[in-house]
Ligand binder design. Structure first.
Ligand code: URA
Length: 434
């Protein structure tokens, strides 16, 4: 077997075999496949597409290019994956809630990508907390606390790390086949019994149209089920930030409020809906309604915040963080309101523009390896349908300097369209089952 003949098959629309794809993924991981060959393979897949069987085979081959965890826990090991958005801090709320109802959440998360924030960057806004732990600590936390949000080790799905870097510079990131194999190879390497996918659609998402989001959700759900992991997807709204904040420490603050004094808001609703699906997929409940009730009980009883505190301490953060979070989270130098440029109703919010404003303030990376300033971003962001008077706040900005504040202020004012009342977008748009 050799890389050239496998690339030729994909290029000519001939189905590659499972053995071909295992060989190729092995070559990506070992270095036996060159960057040029990886780029040609990615372009051939983007242009010709893969069959469902080949997509499953590529996913499994990439998963098996490194360590695949196996668990011996008191219940199912499950996880959630979001395709990314603005103010999407669901993982931080959902993982401890699921742990509190008896599930085990070995959550291998990512960092910010493009305009979207990453769960690891958010958690690391907590002073002292580090998400790169040994496999032993990861296993211990998952078994004892029920949830562990950590970064992937270098030994998990190494074929994806290599192919992702090549895709990034060869205009092949967009391929749904490759996105599917990339996301799932990493998630399935965590040895899951069930997975829920939160596929975001709208101005702050990578998928801006319903058709694109549905195509990605279907590909992910079919491939993951085909790989033997019970999986479903919810397509959820990203036409406005999910939480009223965007920025690492500011989103942690929102989570602490939601864990300590639970309320009905978009972020809690999406978290509970995703968690309820997982409880049913994992066989813990037979109806999503009953499952949702248990998750809300776990939140209101304080069981979820107790798990969150234990996870923070186990990752090196402060002990009993929920008692001291207001003093512990970093604060930016410049904090001030952004004034509404006109009176009217908030008709639309450009999530992508808000995300990029946070990145430019230093809350995300413009280049790999950039250091993040966890304190910057926006909070108290208005929602679609709110009425505002000219000069009233539409958000509060947190910046490192007056110069950065000025640019962020303009970006936020430009991102919020004030006009006539329109339709408030549905939060949960569609469920895609296996
Ligand atoms: N996230 C991933 O991990 N891979 C992709 O290809 C896209 C998003």
């Amino acid at each position: 077997m050799d890389a050239r003949s496998i690339i030729e098959k994909v290029r000519d629309g001939i189905e590659p075999t499972q053995a071909d794809l295992s060989w190729f993924a092995g070559g990506l991981a070992s270095g036996g496949v060159t960057d040029a060959q990886a780029g040609a393979f990615a372009m051939a897949v983007l242009l010709k597409g893969l069959s469902e069987e080949a997509r499953v085979a590529l996913t499994l081959a990439m998963r098996d290019s490194g360590d695949v965890l196996k668990w011996d826990l008191g219940g199912p090991a499950i996880d959630k994956h979001s395709t990314g958005g603005i103010g999407d801090c669901v993982s931080l709320l959902l993982a401890p809630m699921l742990a509190a109802v008896g599930l085990y959440v070995p959550m291998i998360s990512g960092r910010g990508l493009g305009h979207t924030g990453g769960t690891l960057d958010k958690l690391e806004a907590i002073p002292g907390l580090k998400t790169d732990v040994t496999e032993q600590v990861f296993r211990q936390m998952t078994g004892e606390i029920g949830c562990a949000i950590v970064s992937a080790t270098a030994d998990m799905a190494p074929a994806d790390r290599r192919l992702y870097a090549v895709r990034d510079v060869t205009s092949t990131v967009e391929s749904i086949d490759l996105i599917t194999a990339s996301i799932l190879s990493k998630k399935l390497a965590a040895g899951l019994d069930a997975l829920i996918l939160d596929v975001k659609v709208g101005s702050g998402a990578f998928m801006e149209t319903a058709d694109d989001a549905r195509a990605l959700a279907r590909s992910l759900v079919r491939t993951s089920n085909g790989a033997g992991c019970p999986t479903a997807a919810l397509i959820t709204d990203m036409n406005q930030p999910l939480a009223p904040a965007a920025g690492n420490a500011l989103e942690v603050a929102v989570i602490m409020e939601a864990l300590i004094a639970p309320r009905n808001d978009r972020m809690t609703d999406v978290s509970v809906a995703l968690g309820a699906e997982l409880m049913v997929l994992a066989g813990l409940e037979t109806s999503v309604e009953a499952a949702a009730g248990k998750l809300l009980d776990a939140l209101k009883s304080g069981a979820a915040v107790e798990r969150f505190d234990r996870m923070v301490a186990a990752l090196g953060g402060p002990k009993e963080f929920s008692a001291s979070w207001k003093q512990k989270l970093p604060e930016a130098n410049v904090i001030r309101d952004v004034a509404a440029p006109a009176s009217g109703t908030v008709a639309a919010i450009d999530g992508h523009a808000i995300g990029m404003a946070v990145v430019r303030m230093g809350g995300g990376r413009l280049r790999g390896g950039d250091r993040i300033d966890p304190s910057v971003g926006f909070d108290q962001i208005v929602s679609i349908g709110d009425t505002v008077a000219k000069g009233q706040p539409i958000a509060r900005l947190h910046a490192a300097s007056e110069r950065a504040a000025k640019a962020a202020e303009e970006a936020m004012a430009g991102a919020v369209t004030i006009g006539q009342a329109g339709e408030t977008p549905d939060l949960i748009k569609e469920r895609i089952g296996g």
